[in-house]
Each structure stands twice: as C-alpha cells, then as structure tokens.
Design a binder for this molecule. Structure first.
Ligand SMILES: [Zn+2]
Ligand SMILES: [Zn+2]
Length: 66
C-alpha cells in the first residue's frame, strides 16, 4: 500500500508519512518521527517537548530526635 500525493510542505512526490495531528501528507524530510507529526505541528508543539524534568526533591522531611 502506498500513499499518493505530494508533500504538503515542499510538494515532493515522495510522500510516505501522514501527520498524526493535522493529517496532511508529508515527505520524510518534513515528518518528525519522534512525535509522529509534520514539522509544522512539531514546531508548534515542540516548544514544550524539550523541557527537562526537574529532578530536584524538596527537603521537607522532618526528623525528630529526643
Ligand atoms: Zn516535504
Ligand atoms: Zn501536522
């Protein structure tokens, strides 16, 4: 099975991917495999994808010593 149609971004004929968000057909160069989105959607959503999780643990443990 093959998807027919030009890339929605660069108009290339070699379209192999479909954006999981907007559904437009994009070529390999304009498809973000990590997210499954086209580069346009990845650019919109990618702003929040690369925020590193804070590994800081709050030191709020109380220790009682008699
Ligand atoms: Zn393209
Ligand atoms: Zn998209």
């Amino acid at each position: 099975m093959s998807v027919s149609g030009p890339c929605a971004i660069c108009n290339s004929a070699s379209v192999e991917y479909t954006c999981n968000r907007c559904g437009q057909l994009v070529c390999e160069d304009h498809y973000d495999e990590s997210t499954g989105y086209c580069v346009e959607c990845a650019a919109e959503l990618g702003q929040t994808e690369n925020i590193p999780e804070s590994g800081e643990m709050p030191d709020g443990v109380d220790t009682y010593e008699f």
